[in-house]
Structure formats: C-alpha cells, structure tokens
Design a protein around this ligand. Structure first.
Ligand code: UD1
Length: 340
C-alpha cells in the first residue's frame, strides 16, 4: 500500500510543489486548503504537472477540528505535512490575533484531530524568521531564537507546542523545517508563486517588474553591513524545498520526538545580486531605486545547511540561475498569475 500524506495548505506556493513531488514519488496525497491565500485553479495545475492525480482535495479551514476529523475518517492518513498558515510579516503586526488564531490555533486543531485518529507523524513548516536579527552567521539549528514579529513568534510557538506534545506522547515523530527564502517555480511553468495584490517579497516583485506589470522595484536600504550594502538572504529553490519535504517524510521514523532542521542552501545573495541574476535569466532590465530600509528587516540571514545533509544525505541542487529562470518562466506563462 502506498503511504498517504495529508498536505494542509496544499494549494499554496510551497504546498503545491510538494504535492507534485510526493505524487511523482509514489505517495498518495490528500489536500486540505481553504483557499484563503491560494487559487482553487492550483489543484488543476497540480493535476497537469504531476504524474498521478491527487487522491482528494478538501475545502477545509485548518482551525475547523470537526471538518478535519471528517478528513481523517475518510482516508487512511499515514503522515501529515502542515503548511496551512498566514505568512505576511507586515500583516502579522497589524493583525496579530488573526495570526495566532490561524497559525497556532490551526496547528493545535490539527494535532488534536491527528491524535484522535491515531496519526502521529508530522512535518511542520517553520521559518528561519524564528532566529530574528542574527548575530552570528551561518545559522545552525542551535543558534539562539529571537523572533522579531508576530508571524515569526507564531512559528516558534508552534515549535514549542510540538515539543510539549512530543514530551507527552512517545509515539509522536515530528520534523520542524525552518525554511530560509523559498523562490522559483516548477520548471514546467505551470506552478509558481502568485501573491494576491502587491507582492511583499523580493522575487515575485522583481518578476512583475521584469514582465512590465510594475514600474520599478524599491530596494529597501543599501546601508546594511553587507558587501554591497543591500540585504542578504539564503534563497532556496521551491523545488528543493518540496524535495526536502518528501525526503523528510521518509525520515520521520528515524527517531521519536521533535527534530528541527534548517532548509537552506548556505549561500547568501544580496538584493542587487538577485536583480543581476534575474536580468541575466530574463533578458529584461529590472528598473530599481534605493529607498529607506523596510522596518523590521534584518541585514543578513544565511543557513548552515549541514545538519540535513548529515542526517539524510540530502542537499539542495538548484542554483540562483535556476531559481530566476524558473520564476521567469512562470511569470511569462502566467503574466497575471493564476485565473481568479
Ligand atoms: C520574510 C520573513 C520570512 C517569511 C518571508 C515570506 C523575516 C525576517 N523574514 O522574509 O520569515 O517567510 O518573508 O513571507 O521576517 N526587498 C527589497 N524590495 C522589496 C522586497 C524585499 O529590497 O520590494 C529586500 C528585503 O529588504 C530583504 C530581501 O529583499 O533584504 C528579501 O525580502 P523578502 O523577500 O521580503 O523576504 P524576507 O524579508 O527575508
């Protein structure tokens, strides 16, 4: 019997790519999504991209414990990947309660439903933002955590909840993956990142400028203590993030309890370097202008990616050129994103 994975937030950016990766590797996949920040058309795109169809997709809010219970009752779920969450840092400052409700409340509802139905294997979507304004780079899983905004605090709080439930239930096997900056798209151009409204994040903004949908990119500060003064991040191809999740599911039984891993490449890229790489990949200029720093931004975040390499014998393989080329393909094939 193939293993069945429940993917919450399966229609989202990382969720959709992970569904394809799982299907292509023989897993049965059940999606739960309320499409609060994703298009239902993504499910059709998953069907077109993957070698096999999804087992099922349920329109369910992850906070709805009863509805989740029906999903667990309808399928023989072996493991869960929990992506469904809100992720805009700025919005989390404006609406903290909604962020705690969805991200922490949703995780608690999911854990209750899992336990009630005898499912104890979970891969949790965490974030490098739990490290906050890092003093020493690269960041290992033992670096101090000091989240600087409500979004990041919800992710750390979920990790604490997972730690506590693992303490209580010896049968729990949980992997929390702290992603750095996922970008890029499926190489088919059928799946990618399609933010609603004005993009908050750098790569989708750059792509929309290159395609002519937006006039110019604002570079948020060039006076950081980095080589060219602009912010440095560890961009990771979304296909590597998806692959990392698929590999993680295969390693859930390595040991009981909660284990935390970074998911990054270990390479830092500045805003100006990313603009240059995107210009090269797209053949289009990316007009930009330096403006003030964005409140809450940090100078540099780069992963020490060696722990997953040692634990699973797995590393990322896609470079910045591939991230830009694939993001550009998705942007040109879907200039206005998914149909709304
Ligand atoms: C943030 C969060 C991260 C979250 C991610 C996705 C923090 C520290 N990081 O990442 O947890 O998962 O969003 O929502 O809270 N930039 C510009 N112009 C722009 C946009 C961005 O110059 O229009 C710069 C930023 O200043 C930064 C870099 O590009 O240096 C990357 O920014 P962004 O893509 O928004 O990601 P993070 O802020 O690193």
């Amino acid at each position: 019997m193939p293993e069945t994975v429940l993917v919450t937030g399966g229609a989202g950016f990382i969720g959709s790519h992970t569904c394809v990766e799982l299907l292509d590797h023989g897993y049965e996949v059940v999606v739960v999504d309320n499409h609060a920040n994703s298009s239902p058309h993504v499910l059709d795109r998953i069907a077109k991209t993957a070698s096999r169809p999804l087992t099922a997709a349920h329109l369910v809010d992850v906070r709805d414990r009863e509805a989740l219970g029906h999903v667990f009752a309808a399928h023989r779920i072996d493991s869960v990947i929990h992506f469904a969450a809100r992720k805009a840092v700025g919005e989390s400052v404006e609406r903290p309660v909604e962020y705690y409700d969805t991200n922490v409340g949703g995780t608690c509802a999911l854990l209750s439903a899992m336990h009630e139905h005898g499912v104890h294997r979970l891969v949790f979507s965490s974030s490098c933002s739990v490290y906050g304004d890092a003093r020493t780079l690269p960041l290992t899983e033992h670096s101090p955590v000091a989240p600087t905004n409500p979004y990041a605090r919800t992710k750390l709080m979920c990790e604490r909840v997972l730690e506590d439930i693992c303490e209580l239930l010896p049968q729990m096997r949980v992997l929390a993956l702290r992603y750095f900056n996922p970008v890029g798209a499926h190489p088919s151009g059928l799946l990618g990142e399609d933010p609603c409204g004005v993009p908050d994040n750098l790569m989708p903004y750059v792509a929309q400028v290159a395609v002519g949908r937006r006039e110019r990119l604002s570079v948020f500060g060039d006076d950081y203590p980095t080589p060219d003064g602009t912010g440095v991040r560890d961009y990771i191809h979304v296909m590597d993030v998806a692959e990392g999740h698929r590999v993680a599911v295969g390693h859930l039984d390595d040991s009981p309890g909660l284990r935390v891993f970074n998911l990054g490449t270990g390479a830092g890229t500045s805003v100006l370097e990313l603009i240059a790489a995107f210009t090269e990949a797209s053949g289009r200029p990316v007009p930009h202008q330096v403006v003030d720093r964005r409140p809450g931004d940090v100078a540099a975040l780069v992963a020490d990616a060696s722990a997953v390499a040692e634990a699973w014998g797995w590393t990322t393989t896609r470079d910045l050129a591939a991230m830009c080329a694939d993001a550009w393909r998705f942007q040109t094939l879907n200039p206005d994103g998914y149909p709304r």
